[in-house]
Design a protein around this ligand. Structure first.
Ligand code: 9D3
Length: 256
């Protein structure tokens, strides 16, 4: 069965519109997944009629009330199994590709996007199965976080990316950064495409790319390298890159 994604949000149009483009839009129009929305505003109820209220204890901003959110979950007509409910907050665990692959396993995922200062903690505690953040920066609400997560999940689903190679490359390269990419023309002023890419030696090209990927990860994201065990052949490529980088560094210093 196609995967189902429900976003609980005060701004369904924001999320829906963004999802109609590119890979995600095609996945939806081709029926690889279904996307629907619940607006807590429609479940604000008669008692208070609002989706937010002032925080107990005082302070700035408003807090999203539990009842419209709970009523939203109740309104999600879901078969079995029960959907997996994810609260999106700055306090959640920080998303990475491993988390994305894990979330992608659920047949029905509900993403709850908060607005205002936050969501009443009792909803997170009682009604959510997990709480995720997409990173350490401040957004205006959970909608863009929901988009990020949906985009990342949907491209991992079978038959969603144009060719299997791209999907395989995503998961295979997971762990280290990409090598540099080039397309025509081969020369733009003094900027030239590396010679090895212009020749037809596919083994040499593969070796160069792997070396660049390892080297750039070492330079830019040493934290990623620490998490993976490198093969002997990779270690040799990385040493080669490091030796060349130090030589270039020496040249640059002499130039000064
Ligand atoms: C002053 C304390 N702020 C918390 C860090 C207030 C606050 C900022 C932003 C409260 C809510 C929000 C709205 N952000 C989200 O809903 C959100 C979010 C984010 O801001 N960054 C990364 N991931 C996420 S997921 C949801």
């Amino acid at each position: 069965m196609a995967r189902r994604y429900t976003v609980v949000t005060l701004f369904p149009d924001l999320v829906r519109d963004a999802m109609t483009h590119g890979v995600t839009g095609r996945a939806i129009s081709r029926g690889r997944c279904k996307l629907d929305f619940i607006n807590p505003r429609d479940y604000a109820g008669n008692t208070r009629g609002s989706v937010d209220d002032a925080p107990y204890g005082g302070g700035p901003g408003m807090v999203m009330r539990v009842e419209p959110l709970r009523a939203s979950l109740d309104a999600i007509k879901s078969g079995s199994p029960a959907p997996f409910v994810v609260g999106l907050t700055p306090q959640g665990r920080r998303l990475d590709q491993a988390a994305v692959l894990d979330l992608a396993r659920h047949p029905h995922l509900v993403l709850v996007a908060g607005r205002y200062e936050g969501i009443d903690e009792r909803f997170i505690e009682r009604d959510c199965d997990a709480e995720w953040s997409i990173g350490d920066y401040v957004l205006s609400g959970g909608e863009i976080a929901a988009l990020v997560i949906l985009d990342a999940i949907i491209r991992t689903l079978p038959d969603v990316l144009g060719d299997d190679a791209s999907a395989a490359a995503d998961s295979f390269c997971g762990g280290i950064l990409d090598w540099p990419h080039y397309t025509r023309p081969a020369r733009i002023g003094e900027q030239s495409v590396p010679d090895v890419l212009l020749g037809g030696d596919h083994a040499a090209i593969a070796r160069w790319r792997r070396k660049q990927a390892l080297g750039r990860t070492w330079q830019r994201r040493p934290d990623l390298l620490e998490r993976i065990a490198l093969e002997q052949s990779d270690l040799a490529l990385l040493r080669e890159y490091q030796r060349e980088a130090r030589l270039a560094e020496g040249d640059a210093t002499r130039d000064c």
